[in-house]
Write a protein that binds this ligand. Structure first.
Ligand SMILES: [Zn+2]
Length: 246
């Protein structure tokens, strides 16, 4: 049996987890947690780059973040459906992550919305003993499901201070030269600009993290929604927590 993960981030395309939650993943690794990522497709429908180039970029970004494992499920880009359920369930049972991060319910990209539904369903069904039984299958249901922020309006449940890993997070994102703003790639390529390849998008990534950071009194923040309602038995956390504004 492979060593279990503490956290698994699951996304539709190879650069999605870096775009949304790279600072969080790097921070959790730095704090000693075992963190992994699962990309559902190779991004073969992408306007820029090729699946081969994107795989190289992903390997480089994975090393920068210090992830323990990263796999690609090879589902068809642009056609993420319930047919992928068995594959995601298998990965969940293999790595037994306690926390899952994935796309929120409201997303710009249809593949991201489909991934949200697929991952939620897989987290549930992976815990059912009679679902896709195999010779050495042990059912597993992750304890917590988190949704990272994307480009649509997003009301966070909480914001994580990622100031200490911001530089590392941006270094990981820059590994995706074919996808995000990279003047060198642009000079050597005839491919058209995309929603995320222009300089303005990278500036917005920074501005968004600054905005989330401002809300909690730090420089850079990454926002999440929690699937469920967080409870507490006392107010100790608030008594010991600095207020963002004095
Ligand atoms: Zn994507």
């Amino acid at each position: 049996m492979v060593e279990a993960l503490d956290i698994l981030a699951i996304a539709a395309h190879p650069d999605d987890v870096e775009l949304a939650a790279g600072g969080t993943l790097a921070l959790c690794v730095r704090q000693g947690l075992r963190v992994g990522a699962l990309d559902l497709t190779r991004g073969e429908l992408g306007t820029r780059g090729t699946p081969e180039l994107r795989a190289k970029e992903t390997a480089a970004a994975t090393a920068v973040l210090g992830l323990s494992v990263r796999e690609n499920l090879g589902l068809p880009d642009g056609n993420i459906t319930a047919a992928g359920l068995g594959g995601v369930i298998e990965v969940l049972r293999k790595w037994r992550p306690r926390i899952i991060m994935t796309h929120p319910a409201v997303c710009r990209h249809p593949d991201h919305r489909a991934t949200h539904t697929l991952v939620r369903d897989a987290c549930y069904f992976a815990g059912l003993k009679k679902m896709n039984p195999g010779a050495d299958v042990v059912p597993w249901r992750p304890k917590h499901l988190l949704y990272f922020a994307e480009v649509k309006h997003f009301e966070p449940t909480f914001i994580l201070d990622v100031t200490s890993t911001w530089a590392q997070r941006m270094q990981a994102l820059r590994c995706y030269g074919s996808q995000v703003h990279d003047p060198d790639y642009k000079k050597a390529s005839e491919e058209p600009e995309t929603y995320i390849s222009n300089a303005g998008f990278s500036e917005w990534i920074e501005a968004r993290a600054r905005t989330y950071g401002h809300l909690i009194g730090c420089t850079y923040g990454e926002a999440f929604q929690y699937d469920g309602t967080l409870g507490t038995a006392n107010l100790d956390k608030f008594l010991n927590m600095e207020a963002p504004f004095q």
